[in-house]
Design a protein around this ligand. Sequence first.
Ligand code: UDP
Length: 242
Amino acid sequence: MINNYKLIYEGKAKKVFSHSDSDKVLIEFKDDATAFNALKKAKFNGKGKLNCLISARIFEHLIKNNIPTHFLELKSDNTMIAEKIKIIPLEIVVRNIAYGSLCKETTIKAGTVLAKPLIDIYLKNDELNDPLITKERIELMNILSSEDLNLIIDLTLKINVILKSFFKNIQLQLVDFKLEFGYDFKNNIILGDEISPDNCRLWDLNQKNDTIVSLDKDRFRNDLGGLIEAYSEINRRINDFT
Ligand code: UDP
């Protein structure tokens, strides 16, 4: 409970509370970090605040560019008010450069620049370990109509164009990222969840040679250290630029 807000859902990185306005929720960003379907866990003081602030700035930028999102306003450094949505149980991953699971599951070499963005869709289901799924399986499970799936794919490709240029302006390369969508109270599809270094791979472009410097959750996944420093650097660059 935060003041009068009642906890309605707790995920790995966020808590969702009810709001006096039933069309809204309060989202609290936690300091917990998980990787590999929560097999690896840790806590980083200040991560929740950084992800909340970074997400808020990115949502504002997307809204300015006519992308419908659930973001309404920041409530504090680690909480935001958002539209209440019914989450669609899919994780939509966009890849501009091959890395992570794409390179574990195919023969594509890490670092390969993809000729066009690749969209990989995963079923959001911890028990099944979030498997990669097909359009046909999505329809078979009645998760979405093919029209709504196409709408999500169109929105995702637009978001990729906007975010690639947003991050390039602050010397970051957007390697890949994950989005989640939901239905708002009018049954419109809008972007939900968060957009932060927890669900984006961001490489520093301020490097003289070709070494990869990850300013994202790979610092935790791969035990590189300096996670809070990396997230703070992203937050600093966003604030200096906007
Ligand atoms: N991602 C995420 N949540 C997940 C899986 C992936 O936010 O449950 C993000 C991840 O941070 C990366 C992108 O989606 O930016 C692609 O991740 P990938 O499929 O390569 O999986 P990973 O290498 O993280 O296992």
